[in-house]
Design a protein around this ligand. Structure first.
Ligand code: AMP
Ligand code: ZN
Ligand code: ZN
Length: 402
């Protein structure tokens, strides 16, 4: 009889476990540099990080900009492969443009060459939701989460958290198991006041309080013990100085090149027969910047094949800004920026995670953001796309062994 009860117990726990899909909330604090957690301003974030898994930093993909990296996190691919090579870029062949500020453009499915985790999840019967994430508003039905919000820069913290909690309170058959949440604050204040300002410090502590409020609201729901929280940022931030500026156009004035971007990186397209000459001229003048021919970009950038990358790519040294003859409006007003070489620690973001899927009191070194997609697939027990750049073996050890 006793034995029978044990079998019955095992049967039900196994059965319950099999039907027990995990919950994951992926939270992004835009531009939250890896070391902002060390400023003594974030008791709530630090408590979670200390109790769960904490990485030294999260390495972004190149260029260390917002859209390329949120898409890398959610697809497990480098920008060269997922197609969102910048916050802004041009398809010169079809004469169309992608820009983060163009709602119609960011909803066009054809720009996005990777499969977002919400798409993989939904194909596997997992309901997903997004309270903001680049790429979450794609107009094709099967490419966006079941529930998503149209991006609104000024949406209040309370409203966002209310939205998340309302999703978690839906009946089980309608409830999302994967949810994204995004806050722009640390990026905005980092640009406007710099990464060492009192203003950024206030933004950091505000996000800490917002997290405490979010936890409090989640913990009121019946799901409190099943939820995994993953905190990430897309990149870091470094101080810039309007005196540290290089006019690239001036150096190659006579060649009639076209330019794209200013700041940490610049694309240059010389006339077809002048690529070598322009490259050599820039190379000779290299001072606080490095110039590459597209196809000779070092492999670690993974940024040398996409057709919308120009023939020459110039990358500024940390803290320096590139410009053309036209002075960019933002330059005199900005105190911080990102977009530089993704291997520089100032460009690194945060990664910490807490919940039943993760080890406890566990610290590790730098993780790569392209590995988060296969990690999510592992947590949900589903197969990742085979064409991703991310590697489960570089991150899997942070999960609790079953
Ligand atoms: P960056 O120029 O790389 O600093 O981009 C940061 C900006 O991206 C934020 O200040 C937001 O205005 C914008 N942004 C972030 N997420 C979205 C989104 N889902 N849709 C539109 N814009 C966004
Ligand atoms: Zn960003
Ligand atoms: Zn930014």
């Amino acid at each position: 009889m006793k034995r029978y009860i044990i079998y019955l117990f095992l049967f039900f726990t196994t059965f319950a476990y099999a039907g027990n899909k995990p919950y994951v909330i992926l939270i992004s604090f835009d531009g939250f540099r890896w070391d902002y957690l060390e400023r003594g301003l974030t008791p709530n974030l630090n408590e979670l990080a200390d109790k769960g898994v904490k990485a030294l930093s999260l390495r972004p993909a190149f260029p260390s900009k917002t859209f390329p990296n949120h898409i890398s996190i959610i697809t497990g691919m480098y920008p060269d492969n997922h197609g969102i090579i910048g916050n802004y870029f041009k398809d010169t062949i079809k004469n169309r443009e992608y820009s983060l500020s163009d709602t119609a453009a960011i909803r066009e499915s054809f720009w996005y060459l990777g499969e977002a985790f919400w798409e993989t999840a939904e194909r596997n019967g997992i309901i997903t939701a997004s309270y903001f994430w680049p790429g979450s508003e794609i107009s094709l039905d099967y490419r966006h989460p079941t529930y998503f919000e149209k991006y609104d820069h000024n949406r209040s913290y309370q409203e966002k958290i209310k939205g998340i909690v309302n999703w978690l309170k839906l009946p089980a058959s309608k409830r999302p198991h994967f949810i994204t949440l995004y806050f722009h604050d640390t990026d905005t204040y980092g640009h406007d006041f710099g990464p060492d300002s009192p203003e950024i410090n206030r933004a950091i502590s505000r996000l800490d309080s917002v997290t405490a409020y979010l936890l409090n609201e989640i913990y009121k729901t019946e799901l409190k013990d099943s939820i995994n929280l993953i905190f990430v940022s897309d990149h870091g931030m470094t101080a810039i100085d309007s005196q540290k500026t290089i006019n690239i156009e001036e150096i190659i004035e006579k060649f009639k090149c076209s330019f794209q971007y200013d700041g940490p990186i610049m694309f240059v397209n010389p006339p077809a027969d002048k690529i070598e000459e322009v490259y050599k001229t820039l190379k000779k003048s290299e001072n606080h910047f490095t110039v590459y021919k597209k196809e000779e970009m070092p492999g670690y950038f993974h940024f040398n094949t996409h057709p919308f990358i120009y023939q020459i790519v110039v990358i500024a040294d940390l803290g320096w800004s590139l410009r053309t003859n036209k002075e960019p409006k933002w330059l005199s007003k900005s105190k911080g920026n990102h977009g530089y070489d993704n291997n520089l620690l100032d460009m690194h973001g945060i990664f910490f995670a807490y919940g039943p899927a993760f080890k406890t009191n566990y610290q590790t070194g730098t993780l790569w953001n392209i590995d988060i997609y296969p990690l999510l697939c592992k947590i949900f027990g589903i197969s990742p796309r085979s064409n991703i750049d991310g590697k489960l073996e570089r991150i899997e050890f942070i999960l609790k062994e079953k």
